[in-house]
Design a protein around this ligand. Structure first.
Ligand code: SF4
Length: 264
């Protein structure tokens, strides 16, 4: 797809503007794939299985095409708005960004999110044998067809819970970094009355926490002898959720395009 085709596609009314800015990027589970420009363009660029493999030349070729196209569009937009891209002090901006990133990393919420993803790794690393034993037991129960038991359902719930925890494990940190950076940077006076980007990012992080907490609850139900290990993780995550809600009191009310709007 070239630049002109992309511009034409972007004008298609079926796409919800900016929906991909406040989603969790879990496209396989997203009900809005047909209304997301990001999904559509990714499909067009990376539909070939070879283009999805980072070890394949085609993947890097496609990625380079996307970057080139993006640069061309940025240059075009800058020209339209009278901005001279060659006249921007990139060093000063890079230094400012570096400091901003460091300050965001020192924030209580992002630090706690970093600790959380480490705790998840530690537990999952130690749980290999636990899953093996459980899976053997469930396979045995499937064969025995014991009345009143649903081993297949249990296996599906455990698998789903682990997938959810894994999906949001790092995303919570990433979204909180974005939220804190946005908050530290502040917003220009002209858009002060608009919903804040930082609240949108904090909301996505909070949703990740909500779903992860529910998923940990599922694991606790099926691995009750892991209570001593799982409960501290749950408490940590719950504390992070409370601190995030305190640091971003308007985040829950942020309306994400598509997801929090009534259908047309
Ligand atoms: S809005 Fe949905 S389809 Fe689009 S990038 Fe996000 S998760 Fe994927």
């Amino acid at each position: 797809m070239d630049k002109e085709e992309l511009k034409k596609l972007a004008k298609d009314k079926r796409f919800i503007p900016g929906i991909y800015n406040y989603c969790d990027r879990w496209c396989e589970r997203c009900p809005f794939t047909t209304r997301c420009l990001n999904f559509e363009t990714s499909e067009q660029h990376f539909s070939d299985p070879e283009a999805q493999d980072i070890h394949n030349k085609l993947f890097w070729q496609k990625l380079s095409e996307v970057f080139q196209q993006t640069m061309e569009m940025i240059k075009e937009m800058a020209e339209e708005q009278g901005i001279d891209l060659n006249n921007i002090d990139t060093e000063a901006i890079a230094e400012e960004e570096k400091q901003l990133k460091q300050s965001a990393r020192n924030h209580e919420c992002t630090q706690s999110a970093e600790t959380y993803h480490q705790k998840v790794d530690d537990w999952l690393d130690s749980a290999g044998n636990l899953f093996k034993v459980k899976s053997e037991k469930l396979v045995k129960n499937i064969r025995l067809e014991v009345a009143g038991l649903d081993p297949s359902g249990e296996a599906a719930s455990i698998k789903d819970a682990v997938e959810v925890i894994r999906w949001y494990q790092y995303q919570i940190f990433v979204k909180l970094m974005r939220a804190v950076r946005g908050e530290l940077k502040g917003v220009p006076e002209i858009i002060e009355d608009f919903p804040k980007n930082s609240d949108g990012s904090a909301k996505v992080a909070l949703i990740g926490m909500d779903r992860s907490i529910a998923a940990w609850g599922v694991l606790l139900k099926y691995f009750p002898n892991q209570e001593d290990e799982i409960l501290p993780i749950l408490v940590h995550l719950e504390q992070l959720r409370k601190n995030t809600e305190k640091a971003f009191p308007d985040a829950r009310a942020f309306v994400r395009p598509g997801f929090d709007e009534k259908p047309d």
